[in-house]
Design a protein around this ligand. Structure first.
Ligand SMILES: [Zn+2]
Length: 132
């Protein structure tokens, strides 16, 4: 059993180990990825870590043309909501795909990259999705 606190920092620490982890509410079973201070479903703050699927499908996406300064050199890029095979939904960047090939429902898998800067923000560049 993992004993890390249920924080965004822990979530990204797992990413650096190549693991996509969610915080499962011990009361109602809702899985949060990334974790939240309390359950959006029942308000409980008791969780356990569970490892999530590394594959899923795109359920929505947007092409970002205007980004915060730190991401300006990456524009345009695609972000989306991914539904993992275990049903958990989380936002992420989608890479290695032509924008005109992006579609709802295409299968993607998660990959990880080291943050270029320790203080990089938003930190969600540390995991992303690619079609497979
Ligand atoms: Zn709950």
């Amino acid at each position: 059993m993992e004993e890390k606190p249920f924080t965004i920092e822990s979530f990204y620490e797992f990413c650096s180990q190549g693991k996509l982890m969610g915080a499962k509410c011990l009361k109602c079973g809702k899985i949060h990825a990334p974790p939240r201070p309390s359950c959006i479903n029942c308000g409980s703050n008791k969780f356990e870590w569970i490892e999530l699927s590394k594959t899923g499908k795109i359920i929505s996406f947007t092409i970002i043309h205007v980004a915060p300064p730190r991401f300006a050199d990456k524009t345009p890029y695609a972000v989306g909501i991914i539904e993992l095979d275990d049903g958990v939904r989380l936002p992420g960047m989608i890479k290695n795909v032509e924008f005109n090939e992006l579609k709802i429902g295409i299968k993607v898998k998660v990959e990880f990259e080291e943050a270029v800067e320790k203080e990089e923000w938003p930190k969600w560049t540390r995991y992303y999705f690619v079609p497979y």
